[in-house]
Design a protein around this ligand. Structure first.
Ligand code: AMP
Ligand code: MG
Length: 347
């Protein structure tokens, strides 16, 4: 029996607790961080023990969202918005967790692919503004001016971001460069939060708007978490929205899909993941879900796999240790790597 279904990019199915469980299952849902619903489900010896973990979880997500947002000034200190507004004038001190994210993305670009490029901030801002305008006034929806996109793309060299780890500062050597960590910040943050919760709860899952982190076997009958995979062809608000489900005890599961954020101009949907080659929304696949041990890597990888041509994306996943993926191709074909372990809905 499935107790309930969470309508997010990935769906977490919960199975009944075994009769002799030592810990009870608790859930806490909160809004307001990373523009999404975040659900912590954990096994704990008492409500108080769970509540302490849930409070830390919410506090940390809020702090990291505040640090990684390019849209708003932060009272807490120099966040990404502050760097984008001043780190091109002089080296600017910032939080170690922001420096950590910059360095993480550099490593990921080398290990996975440079198609995910946080230095595309100016290009991404043009697409973001077009989407916001379209949401406010659909009749006037328009795609960004190609000339402006090209000029913005001329200031997207990530190596122009100079990090001085000892001084704890960041400096942009290109004064027009802007950073945007939308492709990876939520998954990276979920990974940091999970690390903090590890010592507090015997087992838990975090579902941050479809970025899922699993830590330890739940005390239910199957001893694993069940995670549903969203079907991009069905509406989020319909009854059946999953392609199937997988079972896991640990690791991160993240989906990138063309249905997550988009606007429509002349009947064409323009979504939020941009191919740096064309500066237009990538069209290789409809959706890709990746499973890999580290949450930040899962988020970076899902975006990279969405942008890359399918064959390249598959070869990349198959070359990475302990990594699996599922793709929904433009013609609706669903295909996955051998170890993905997709179960049919009626199983
Ligand atoms: P995700 O949903 O994790 O695949 O990330 C999508 C978000 O990543 C978008 O909303 C943008 O903020 C950002 N993004 C889109 N395209 C790129 C790109 N080529 N490189 C870096 N970030 C991107
Ligand atoms: Mg991502």
């Amino acid at each position: 029996m499935r107790r309930f279904l969470l309508l997010t990019a990935l769906l977490l199915f919960l199975v009944p607790a075994a009769a002799a469980a030592e810990n009870s299952r608790y859930t806490y849902t909160f809004y307001g961080s990373f523009d999404t619903v975040i659900i912590l489900t954990g096994y704990a010896p008492s409500q108080d023990a769970f509540d302490a973990a849930a409070a830390l979880c919410e506090e940390e997500f809020r702090r990291l969202d505040d640090l990684y947002t390019p849209y708003l000034h932060s009272e807490a200190g120099n966040n990404l918005w502050a760097l984008n507004n001043g780190a091109w004038k002089e080296p600017m001190p910032t939080d170690p967790d922001l420096i950590g994210l910059i360095l993480f993305c550099r490593e990921q670009q080398a290990a996975i692919s440079p198609v995910v490029n946080p230095a595309l901030g100016r290009v991404l801002m043009l697409w973001h503004d077009a989407r916001m305008l379209a949401e406010e006034n659909p009749a006037e929806a328009a795609v960004p001016d190609p000339e402006k996109l090209r000029s913005a793309a001329g200031h997207a060299d990530f190596s122009c971001v100079v990090v001085d780890e000892e001084a704890g500062t960041v400096f942009y050597t290109d004064p027009k460069l802007r950073l945007d960590f939308g492709a990876v910040a939520k998954g990276y943050a979920a990974g940091l939060v999970a690390e903090r919760l590890r010592g507090m709860l015997p087992s838990f899952s975090i579902n941050a708007g479809g970025n899922i982190v699993l830590c330890g076997a739940p005390e239910n009958r199957s001893g694993a978490w069940k995670v549903g995979i969203q079907d991009p062809n069905k509406t989020l608000y319909g009854d059946v929205t999953t392609l199937g489900w997988i079972e896991r005890t640990d690791g991160a599961i993240v989906t990138s899909g063309d249905y997550q954020r988009f606007f429509v101009v002349d009947g064409v949907a323009y979504h939020h993941i941009i191919d740096p080659g064309t500066l237009q929304p990538a069209r290789s696949v409809r959706a890709v879900t990746v499973i890999t041990p580290d949450s930040g890597t899962a988020d970076f990888l899902s975006t990279a796999c969405f942008i890359l041509p399918y064959e390249e994306s598959r070869a990349l996943v198959e070359s990475l240790p302990d990594t699996e993926a599922l793709w929904v191709l433009p013609d609706g074909t669903v295909t996955w790597t051998e170890g993905f372990g997709l179960h049919a809905l009626d199983e």
